[in-house]
Design a protein around this ligand. Sequence first.
Ligand code: PTT
Ligand code: SF4
Length: 612
Amino acid sequence: MKGWSGRLLWLDVTRRESKVVNYPAEWALMYLGGRGLAARIMWEYMKPGAEPLGPDNLLIFAIGPLSGLPGPSTGKLQVAAKSPLTGGYGDGNIGTLFSNEMRKAGLDAIVFSGASDKPVIINIEGTKVDFESADDLWGLDTWTTEERLRKRYGRFAGIVEIGPAGENLVKFATVISQEGRSGGRPGIGAVMGSKKIKAVVIRGSEKADLYDDKQYNVEAAKALIEIKNRPGYQFWMRQGTMYTIDWAQETSVLPAYNFDEGVFEGFKGIDGFTMESMKVDQRGCPNCNMQCGNVVLDREGVKSELDYENVALLGSNVGIDHLADAAYLNRIGDQVGYDTESLGTTLSWAIEASQAGLLKDYDGGHKLEWGDIKTLADVAYQIARRSTPLGNLLAEASSGACRKVGGCDFSMDVKGLGVSAYDCHAAPGMALAFATSPIGAHHKDAWVISWEVQNDRFAYSKEKAAKVIELQRIRGGLFESFTTCRLPWVEVGLSLDHYPLLLYYSTGVKYSWDDLYALGDRIYALMRAIWIREKGGWSRDYDMPPVKWFKKPLTKGPLAGAHLDYDKYNQLLDYYYDLRGWDHNGVPTRETLHRLGLDYVIPELEKYVRLG
Ligand code: PTT
Ligand code: SF4
């Protein structure tokens, strides 16, 4: 095979053994890599019903046929496992040198099974593996951990690690790299912590074996030049995703006060222009010529790398109107190693719950207040350490906490994962995208909202359901499996036509757009099959957006009064299922599974559902 090594490294963490395995070439062709390969491995090798924080869960790192090569924003790695937060398929996409070094080590995937009884660093050189003690690192934050490991293994080593949040099995702990990169919102860092893996280090020295090296480089160079010449490039380099704050305010989708509202009176204090006035550095993922990690000093004078999502959820959504304060919470998230988006949705839920009197046994009678940065920062640390009853409760995320104390009507999650930073009172298509995302309410799979606000915004139409699927195919199916950053296409408009060519020169396989769309649909149906197997069945209730968007209309801004409509949403969901070839409960039909080459999942699925 060209473009793929065809090899995966299997690590038995309990026995401290490793072996290199050739996986079937068909998997590469049908699932590409990254998310697709991870899902295929999970279906094949994970024991059904595995306890997410037990040794039977598999932690999977996977790259794709474009990752780690020169070219448009290719330094990305997929980290996947059964999620302790949702109980279903979970993954994340992280920009890291690990991707480049994994490519040089000649590995398409690394699978971690079992669990260590003591903290370990797994040190991989090529395919040689050492399990080293991490006793001296356990308990340290991610920045200190990585700094120490870089001194030991070198500036260019691929390193990913967890912080105290992962060690303490916080349900939304992530995998961290290079200070500001975080991946695996549905608790993939907690899975790493449950295996007592503090860090994984990788270095390789092989040259990538491509089908046509020369043409690959020509095409990659063309794409990189096109990115720099796009009209939006200069502004992107100034603000990155932070431009979205002003846009979200204008379109009434900026989450405020636990998604009660879609506008925020203090938005100017946290927007992209404020960020520009505070900017001290710019950084990002490897192999990227449109680096979007904008760095400011937080309220303690420490560097913090910002994106729209974390600023909205740790700013307007918790009533904070000073960027340095939102940046402070964001930096805590990076250092302790958990997802800043879930921190935002969990803190905002906690404030609402506290004010409703649901946290009396936890808040010591001192109600949490919107915008109270000092208390919120204290709570953020308590969550990472599970050091107080409140911190321990909130370490389960709002979805877990509300099951203990009530308040699930205002937990802003789908399938357990907190929603990303787009209010959907007046955006049914985006609500559908959150509700049908294969990992819970992440915007990564279908950021339909920018299209939706310009195209019959209040419609619950078939066209909208089709648009969600189109985006899910490209974003959630293809980019997650290439595995590269999607932002060159989304944000500066790089032509998608580069990608089949890059794939061809990398692998020698000519994929048409029809092939690629079918590939995206296959990965989606497979992820759904994993969910059905792990949940022991399925119901369309799992594909519903948060109740608040239906029941509590907006009270502020030009769209005051707007809310979602149950009957119309159900109609939209029916359109979605029909277009996907799934039945009215959201289960892929036998015919659909057959068409996508997924006959092998049918016997297992028949144990849990009646296939149409
Ligand atoms: C991603 C999610 C996002 S999406 C953001 S801001 W965004 C939050 N960032 C966090 C952070 O930072 N620190 C932290 N401790 N937790 C964080 N949680 C949130 O994580 C990220 C970029 C971004 S920034 C986006 S949109 C794009 N996402 C991509 C994707 O999903 N797939 C893909 N093929 N390309 C993408 N490119 C962009 O990558 P998750 P990263 Mg991320 C401070 O991991 O789990 O997918 O969650 O990986 O290297 O940080 O890049 O406005
Ligand atoms: Fe990373 Fe941003 Fe570049 Fe994408 S655009 S690779 S997220 S720095």
